[in-house]
Design a protein around this ligand. Structure first.
Ligand SMILES: Cc1cc2nc3c(=O)[nH]c(=O)nc-3n(C[C@H](O)[C@H](O)[C@H](O)COP(=O)(O)O)c2cc1C
Length: 475
């Protein structure tokens, strides 16, 4: 549960375990009043409606010794990752003369679970091939297990081949223990499980390369060990396989980039994903407070207090040949927050004290500079988080003119240690998209006349304004 929340950058507010809930009408067999087999329960079965003889191992005789069935328990049926893993397992089980395994898809047999349970009861070895759903078994599989539990006969040996979305395969332990408890209850022999994590990645790779190559290597090796255990009929320890040579941080970065794409498809900007249902007062005034219609009484006061002398210290785009899009490095792009003002000041001072600016900024002054902008009700900004640390930010304010509201990018700065990865480009693109969405008439900025910066901004449609000049006077 904690890991699921961590991966979704969320937190657990409360967790409630209850043993007094009856199975929902939709999923539970009509006569069942006991908790689902896959849930935590203090129930030892004493008050279960299951017939007592159903728990006697001696009475659970397989009709067909040697017969192996792989049950695909995924509701994605033949298109799912479970189906792919089931296919590979069946191939590995063919390794021995006379051995063969049949794959049965649960989804195709939902209408007559009783008949399915009878078919499964005829197997000597039954392999549940299932996805992990909410730290447990899919409800349809639980329903089938409940029906099997009520049958007088059943398969001798039970194995589990489970796959999951997240990276940490150890999370599979709950699913395995649910099946173990069910086996004890039914009188079946639990003979071991194989938990494959990052199922979506491994499943996708299996479509494009032989199983056993690249990140799929560990899953493949574990599958061989698992198949051997099944063939020999011995009970084995549970196995856990994570992607080979594919660190968790890569997996998270790739997985999160999908959210941005989906947000776009749904007419949202990626930063909308970070919106809180009921933002606190303080959040409203920082970063997201540009009124779309611009008719805000505070505009004039901002013009008096807001600093105007800042400009943009962009990092150059990725070097030719690195072939690395900014998205590949993306860990998070989200609205700026006053809590990070000190870090913004640090980045700002570091970025502007380098080429082409060479400005001797004191980070403390830079922090004040940023804070003043953040405090403006018309400010809007985004930060870019790389490896858990703010690596850059874009910040500006909007002003109302007779032709509409115009956004001015006051600061665009990237930590020199993180430059060359396209972070400025990503921040600028996002900011321009958002400003368009908010109905801005235009976006302005002041930057160095020479060097790479004019060319950098020209790529995004900015052009030099020749009707106005920036005038200044030293005091
Ligand atoms: C309703 C639902 C709940 C899920 N819960 C989890 C979970 O708790 N932990 C996890 O790692 N993956 C979870 N997943 C992801 C699936 O386990 C993962 O996508 C898996 O590869 C799907 O396998 P399949 O294609 O065989 O259905 C969940 C998926 C769904 C649809």
């Amino acid at each position: 549960m904690k890991a699921v929340c961590t991966n979704f950058r969320s937190h657990v507010e409360s967790v409630e375990f209850r043993t007094d809930i009856k199975s929902s009408g939709a999923e539970a067999p009509k006569d069942s009043a006991k908790p689902a087999s896959g849930t935590e329960s203090a129930d030892d079965g004493a008050d279960s409606p299951v017939k007592k003889e159903g728990r006697d191992p001696a009475k659970k005789q397989a009709k067909n010794p040697g017969h192996m069935i792989i049950l695909n328990g995924s509701m994605r049926n033949k298109d799912g990752n479970s189906a792919r893993f089931a296919g590979v397992l069946r191939t590995r089980l063919r390794g021995r003369i006379g051995a063969s395994a049949e794959i049965i898809d649960l989804k195709d047999n939902m209408k007559d679970m009783e008949a399915l349970a009878d078919d499964l009861a005829a197997a000597d070895k039954l392999i549940f091939c299932v996805p992990l759903y909410v730290d447990g078994l899919p409800s349809q599989v639980i329903r089938l297990m409940e029906i099997m539990e009520s049958k007088p006969a059943g398969p001798h040996k039970i194995y589990v081949l489970a796959n999951m979305g997240l990276y940490e395969s150890s999370q599979m332990v709950n699913l395995f223990s649910a099946v173990k408890q069910w086996c004890e209850r039914c009188g079946y022999e639990y003979c071991g499980g194989l938990g494959i994590s990052a199922g979506e990645l491994i499943g996708a790779l299996m479509k494009t390369m032989p199983f056993g190559w690249g990140a799929t290597k560990r899953a493949s090796i574990s599958m061989t060990v698992f198949a051997e255990a099944i063939l020999s009929g011995r009970a084995a320890d549970d196995l856990y396989a994570e992607p080979h040579m594919f660190p968790r941080s890569w997996y998270i970065k790739i997985a999160n980039s999908g959210w941005d794409r989906m947000a776009k498809q749904n007419g949202l900007s990626p930063e909308d994903l970070y919106r809180k249902p009921e933002p606190a007062e303080a959040d409203v005034s920082i970063g997201t407070a540009v009124a779309p219609d611009g008719l805000n009484a505070d505009v004039a006061s901002h013009a008096e207090t807001g600093p105007t002398a800042a400009a943009a210290a962009a990092d150059p785009e990725p070097a030719e040949g690195t072939g690395t899009a900014a998205e590949a490095y993306l860990e998070g792009i989200r609205p700026v927050t006053a809590e990070h003002a000190a870090r913004y000041g640090e980045i700002y001072a570091a970025a502007f004290s380098g080429e082409p600016w060479n400005d001797p900024w004191d980070p403390k002054d830079a922090e004040i500079h940023v804070r003043e902008l953040l405090e403006s009700k018309q400010s809007y900004g985004l930060e870019y988080v790389l490896d858990g640390k703010v690596a850059g930010f874009i910040l500006g304010t909007s002003m109302l003119f007779h032709y509409g509201r115009v956004f001015e990018i006051n600061d665009l700065a990237v930590d020199p240690a993180c430059q060359g990865r396209g972070i400025a480009k990503t921040l600028l693109e996002r900011c321009l998209t958002e400003m368009k969405k908010r109905g801005m008439a235009g976006v302005n900025l002041i930057t160095e006349a020479e060097g790479f910066l004019p060319g950098f901004y020209e790529k995004y449609g900015f052009s030099r304004e020749d009707r106005v000049i920036l005038m200044g006077k030293e005091l």
